[in-house]
Design a protein around this ligand. Structure first.
Ligand code: ASP
Length: 331
């Protein structure tokens, strides 16, 4: 049981209290009076991922979390399941290529201590998330792109592979007949796995990995590997991840915004809703695009919200893995 008093001892006092909103702010004030009254125990471990396919990622993450593993290993292993799934056309192998037929992958990862790593437009490597983790752990840098990222991955022992499957090649060839670039709402043009995990110690990690917009211009990078846009974790507060049209997410620095709003006292749900409102404000054609956010705070409270209907997410907590529909701005 967590008491108001020891909860505050376990966390970084001021900022976490602010992050938890009214309840924790009250807790903070009352802790000074040494009230032994209990507050809601934090939910942990926990894994939350974008989209229904996130349920498979959650399962892998849960195995690690439930056996006492850490949030960072869990989040990496979780999203790797989707990267390796050839049938998933928006992440890893089998992901839709750019308009020249090259599969270029974007990914980033954040650890509880604030360290982070990212790769952009990485070709030929099935697990960009693991390369991003190596960037974080083995280099003094945060982001490696294109050829440099590939050279680094190969030097680290990753295997060069063909990521364009028969299916994704056939779909690209079909697309080439019209070559029409049309971001569509919630369909195969884009979808990303963003994942947040909380381990038994209460530490939070996040990962985000994607093949980006289908048939994008060569060299295009979306929000997913951009720390603060596609993903942000602050271990004192919580984490957030985004999916949808990266250009719109970047304008609002969406995931960082969600986390900062939680720091200021919003619940994860309120923070996601405010971030979507901000995206909409900055993107006049918002009716034609999709953007969705997921968020979790230090207590394991979650939030999710999107512009359009149809965004869903998967949460694994208390031994149950559930897919849920997010609420949306446009009903
Ligand atoms: N956010 C990704 C990007 O813009 C794609 C997606 O989530 O659908 O590259």
């Amino acid at each position: 049981m967590v008491t108001r008093r020891n909860f505050l001892h376990q966390t970084a006092l001021g900022s976490v209290a602010a992050a938890m909103g009214g309840t924790a702010l009250t807790a903070c004030t009352e802790a000074a009076t040494e009230s032994p009254e209990a507050i809601e125990a934090p939910v942990r471990p926990l894994a939350i991922s974008t989209w229904d396919f996130g349920a498979k990622a959650n399962e892998a993450a849960w195995k690690i979390l439930n056996s006492g593993g850490n949030a960072l290993d869990a989040v990496e292993q979780g999203v790797m399941v989707i990267e390796a799934d050839e049938k998933n056309t928006s992440v890893g192998i089998g992901g839709a290529p750019d308009r020249d037929g090259r599969v270029t992958l974007d990914a980033c990862i954040m650890a509880p201590d604030g360290s982070c790593g990212s790769v952009c437009a990485l070709e030929h490597i099935v697990h960009p998330i693991s390369v991003a983790r190596r960037v974080m752990e083995k280099t003094p840098h945060v982001i490696l792109v294109g050829e440099g990222a590939l050279e680094f991955a190969l030097a680290q022992g990753f295997k060069k592979e063909n990521l364009l499957t028969e299916e994704s090649k056939a779909a690209w060839e079909k697309w080439k007949k019209t070559s029409k670039y049309e971001p569509k709402i919630n369909v195969e043009m884009h979808d990303t796995i963003g994942m947040l995990t909380i381990d038994n110690k209460g530490d939070i990690a996040g990962a985000c990995t994607t093949s980006g917009l289908a048939y994008k211009m060569r060299g295009r990078v979306g929000d997913s590997p951009i720390i603060g846009a596609g993903l942000y974790v602050d271990n004192e507060v919580g984490g957030a991840a985004a999916t949808g049209l990266g250009e719109a997410v970047i304008r609002a620095v969406g995931s960082f915004l969600v986390v900062e709003l939680m720091r200021q006292g919003r619940s994860p749900q309120e923070a996601c809703e405010e971030a979507v409102a901000r995206v909409i404000k900055k993107y006049k054609d918002f009716k034609d695009i999709q953007v969705g956010f997921i968020a979790v705070n230090k207590l394991g409270q979650i939030g999710a919200y999107s512009i359009q209907e149809g965004f869903n997410y998967a949460v694994f907590a208390g031994g149950n893995n559930q897919v849920k529909d997010a609420m949306s701005f446009i009903k």
